[in-house]
Design a protein around this ligand. Structure first.
Ligand SMILES: [Zn+2]
Length: 262
C-alpha cells in the first residue's frame, strides 16, 4: 500500500496500478510470514507444502482485488474494474513470489540444520555401557525433548529393551531428523529416521481406525534400523508384528492389523 501511494505521488500514474504494486509488496510480506515461522519456530506447520501454493496465490488475488476496488474511492476518476484487475494481478503475483521466497528460506534453514554438528543432541540415548545410540538433528529444543520422552517410553518396554541392545551393537547411532512436513520413515539402508512429532497417519487396529501414536511410529522405524527388517512377509506385516505391535500393546495401545493406511 505504502509503496503504491509513493508510486502515485512520483509519477501520477493510475492509482489502481499503484495499489496493485502495493498488493505485490503486501503479498510478499504476508506469504513469507508462514514460511519463516515454520523454519524458525514450527508455528505454521504447512508453511512450505506445495499444496499451499494455490491458496497463497488466491489469498493474494482476493486481497489485491479488494484493495484495488477500494482505491476507486480515493480517486473517483479512475476506472473501478481496472483498479480491481490491477489489484488482483499484483496480489496474485505477490502471493506466488512470497510463497517461493518463504519455501526457499525454510528449505535453506533445514539444510543448515542437517549439516553434521548442527543442533545435535549428543546426549541422545545411551546403552548400559555408555554408548550413544541416538542423535537428533533439527527441531526446537522442546521438540527434541519431546522426542527423548517418547523414546524413553519405547525403550521402557520389553521389545524396546531388546532394540536398545541391538542398537548398542551397531557402530553408528540412529540419526533422527525432525521435520514439520509430515515426513516419516527410514530411507532404506541408512541409520536415518525422518520424524514429524505431529504426524499421526490413520492405521487399522483391533479397535478400528485410529491415528498412530508417536511411540508406535518410533517402534516401527527403529525396528527397521535395529534389525534391518523390511515391510515384508504376509501382508507386509513382518516389522509390524516383530517390533511395532509388541511395543504398542505394552504401552496400552491396540495391535495393528493391516500394513496399509488409508
Ligand atoms: Zn515400515
Amino acid at each position: 500500500m505504502a509503496a503504491g501511494a509513493v508510486n502515485t505521488a512520483i509519477n501520477g500514474g493510475n492509482f489502481g496500478m499503484s495499489i496493485g504494486l502495493g498488493a505485490l509488496f503486501g503479498g510478499i510480506a504476508g506469504a513469507i510470514g508462514p514460511g519463516v515461522f515454520e523454519g524458525f519456530g514450527g508455528v505454521a506447520k504447512d508453511g512450505v507444502a506445495w499444496s499451499n501454493f494455490l491458496p497463497a496465490v488466491k489469498a493474494g488475488v482476493v486481497v489485491g482485488a479488494a484493495l484495488g476496488g477500494l482505491s476507486t474511492a480515493f480517486n473517483p476518476k479512475s476506472n473501478f474494474f481496472q483498479n480491481v484487475a490491477f489489484g488482483a494481478l499484483g496480489g496474485g503475483m505477490g502471493g506466488a513470489t512470497g510463497f517461493g521466497i518463504g519455501k526457499g528460506l525454510v528449505e535453506a534453514q533445514e539444510w543448515w540444520n542437517s549439516l553434521p554438528g548442527r543442533n545435535d543432541n549428543e546426549q541422545g540415548y545411551t546403552s548400559s555401557r555408555g554408548k550413544t545410540v541416538t542423535v537428533t538433528r533439527g527441531g526446537t529444543p522442546a521438540e527434541r525433548a519431546q522426542l527423548e520422552a517418547e523414546l524413553g517410553r519405547v525403550f521402557s518396554t520389553k521389545r524396546g529393551q531388546e532394540m536398545l541392545s541391538a542398537l548398542a551393537a551397531d557402530n553408528k547411532p540412529i540419526e533422527f531428523q525432525l521435520n514439520n512436513r509430515g515426513i516419516l520413515g527410514n530411507p532404506r539402508g541408512t541409520m536415518i529416521i525422518d520424524m514429524d512429532l505431529n504426524a499421526h497417519p490413520e492405521i487399522e487396529t483391533t479397535q478400528g481406525w485410529r491415528p498412530a501414536s508417536t511411540a508406535r511410529i518410533l517402534a516401527h522405524e527403529i525396528g527397521h534400523v535395529a534389525y534391518g527388517i523390511g515391510d515384508t512377509g504376509v501382508g507386509r506385516m513382518a516389522n509390524v508384528i516383530a517390533n511395532e505391535n509388541p511395543v504398542a500393546t505394552e504401552l496400552g495401545e491396540p495391535a495393528r492389523i493391516r500394513y496399509s493406511g488409508r
